[in-house]
Design a binder for this molecule. Sequence first.
Ligand code: NI
Ligand code: MN
Length: 227
Amino acid sequence: MSIKVTWYGHSAMGLEIDHTKILVDPYFTGNPAASTSADKVAAEFILVTHGHFDHVGDAAAIAKRTEATVISNFEIAEWMDKQGVKKTHGQHIGGAHGWPFGELKLTPAMHGSGLPDGTNGGNPAGFLLTTKDGKKIYIVGDTGLFSDMKLIGQQGIDLAFVPIGDNYTMGPDDAYTAVELIMPKHVIPVHYNTWELIAQDAEKWAARVRKLGVQVHVMKPGESLII
Ligand code: NI
Ligand code: MN
């Protein structure tokens, strides 16, 4: 079973697993790197890592239009309810739940999670997704480096999404160390070049990381690949 991955710029990505369409952190409106828009993109499930505007993004609007289920931590799921999203599901860090696309677990992230209107968005998270045929995707989320990434990596990660932008998240050096800890088969750098403040040379980073024997995919916004 193949997985189609589309990067929409920043931390927004699409995953198509066994014909199920999943959007992660769908920030399109106001995102200078966005390659699609909230009124066009398809979704059956929307995963939100944390409450910041550049991750919650258009999640509520897309969910209302598509009737997608929004999955996030408990606090953000409740907030989505209040935005009028019909199908929401709260999990929390360490907790896994079975979905039509596989098993989804929330993982720790060192970051903030305040929602755009000031509501407490709980603790920020990453996602560990295990497909029904056992492929593992680790969406690290907005975070600094932490050594438990190694424990997650020990499970055997096929694909990891790692922020490299610096300032708000890991920069290139810590992201390199994160890849060393996780040792995924494939890695896609995210959360960079959206704004000048997080501008990075992803190709330079990729060249270093490839020496670890990891396949690095530097994607252009809107580009897809099949893993
Ligand atoms: Ni953030
Ligand atoms: Mn962010």
